[in-house]
Structures are given as C-alpha cells and as structure tokens.
Design a protein around this ligand. Structure first.
Ligand code: ADP
Ligand code: MG
Length: 239
C-alpha cells in the first residue's frame, strides 16, 4: 500500500443504544481505490458517516494525512478535500443541474471546474437547466459524482453508485471512477455488487454485522468464490 491518506482505527459507532460498528479499522492509501463490501445492513454507510462527521463515533480514531479528525463536524472534513457521493444520490431536487453544481463549487483549487465537468459529461451540459428531480437514475448518479468533483477532492467516499442503474450506465459511472483514480484521487468505494467493485479496486475489506471480517488485495478476494457467493447473496456467480 502507498502512504496512508485515510486511517480508521478501532472505530465504535452507535445509533442511540444500538452498537453498530465494532472496532472497525481500515486504511486508504494515497491514490488507492479501496472497496468496502458487505451485505445490506453490514455497516458500510455508517462507516462513511463516521468518517464524514455525520455520525459521531463513540470511540476510535479517524486520521487524515496523519492528523486526527475524529469527531470533526462535516464541514471541516469537507474542507480537507473529502468528497461524498451518498447512497441514493441525494441532491437538491428542485435545483437545476447547473445550480446543484454551482452550490457545490468551493474555493479549493484544482482541475475540476463546472466547464471541465461539462466537457467530460456532455450529457449534463445538455441537461443543465433541468431540475435534478426530473433526471433519470443514471443522470442523477452522474450529477452526484460531478457535484463531488467540482469541489476538487483529494479523496472521495462513494456509496453504492451502481444501485438501481442499468448495466450500460453502471459501466459509464465506473469509467469515471477509474479516471478519477488515474488522476490521483483516493477512493473508498462501497458496493453491494462485489465483483463489480473488485474489478477496479486495489484492495478490499469485507464487513459483516459491523465488523471487518476480511481484508486483502482485490484480485485475491475476486478468486475467493465462496466469499463472493456469500457477498453477492442470491445473485448467480459462475465458478
Ligand atoms: N439512523 C439509524 N438509526 C438506527 N439504526 C440505523 C440507522 N441507520 C442504519 N441503522 C442500522 O445500522 C446497521 C448498519 O446500517 P448501514 O451502515 O446503513 O449498513 P449498510 O450501508 O452496510 O447497508 C443496520 O442494522 C441498520 O438497520
Ligand atoms: Mg448503505
């Protein structure tokens, strides 16, 4: 692994009295794409929320570029250059595509401007005056990624980008994730579709009931058909 960028150490997070994350530790290196896999309810989203300051962990450490950011509020984490593409691609549905991008732009210097995003995703330019609530699922996912990009993140947390999308759109979304990685953006990627994520990931972690139960090189996990079968639930996996 390259030099660590994000380090999570023995994190315990609760919702009220429910103990959700149990001593979760993981790292994402600079320029790395790390997959966080697991069945529905495993605690993947809660892990991201704990890093972002959306849910405050009760114990444990979150470090970014070597400094503790444990318990920081979301705006401070965002200012460090940590972008978030939430599950279900939450956005301002009454704002247009362009307006959603305008409010996401920050003072952070970098390659990604709205113009540059429109060059890379011409479909979004075409749709720039449309209310984002009227976009298709795939278009909304593109906008959710674009919105994170215009903040010029050092790192992105991407939660289930393929959920509910047609295969061709999923391919497009993943192409963009790979491009971001090629540009040096570190990515923590949560996916239910394990095989999909393992194709692009360098390393992977598997969570079960709030615990990390496996970590390793993505290509090795990809060959572990029993694990893949479990992760993919009822979906057919060729052996
Ligand atoms: N706001 C909440 N309040 C109480 N329990 C929650 C809340 N959000 C999630 N949970 C519970 O926490 C566990 C982990 O959820 P989550 O992190 O969303 O899992 P995943 O993203 O892996 O599907 C689940 O049992 C879920 O029911
Ligand atoms: Mg989730």
């Amino acid at each position: 692994m390259s030099e660590p960028l994000l380090e999570i150490e023995r994190l315990n997070t609760y919702y009220g009295k429910s103990h959700i994350l149990h001593d979760v530790s993981l790292t994402v290196g600079k320029g790395e794409l790390v997959a966080l896999l697991g069945l529905n309810g495993a605690g993947k989203t809660t892990t991201m929320r704990s890093v972002l300051g959306l849910t405050r962990p009760r114990s444990g450490q979150v470090r970014f570029e070597g400094s503790s950011i444990t318990g920081w509020p979301p705006y401070r984490v965002a200012h460090l250059g940590v972008g978030y593409v939430p599950e279900g691609r939450r956005m301002f549905k009454d704002l247009t595509v362009l307006e959603n991008l305008q409010i996401a732009e920050t003072a952070r210097k970098g390659d990604w401007t709205i113009e540059r995003v429109f060059e890379r995703l011409p479909k979004l330019r075409e749709l720039r005056l449309r209310k984002s609530g009227r976009l298709s699922g795939g278009e909304q996912e593109m906008l959710a990624i674009a919105r994170a990009l215009v903040a010029n993140p050092t790192m992105m947390l991407v939660d289930e980008p393929s959920q509910g999308l047609a295969p061709l759109i999923v391919e497009e979304v993943y192409k963009i994730l790979e491009e971001m990685k090629a540009q040096g953006v570190s990515i923590l990627l949560v996916e239910q579709n394990a095989l999909l994520a393992l194709k692009v990931a360098d390393r992977a972690y598997v969570m079960d009931e709030g615990r990390i139960v496996y970590s390793g090189v993505a290509s090795e996990l990809e060959r572990d058909r029993d694990m893949i079968r479990t992760l993919m639930g009822l979906q057919e996996v060729a052996s």
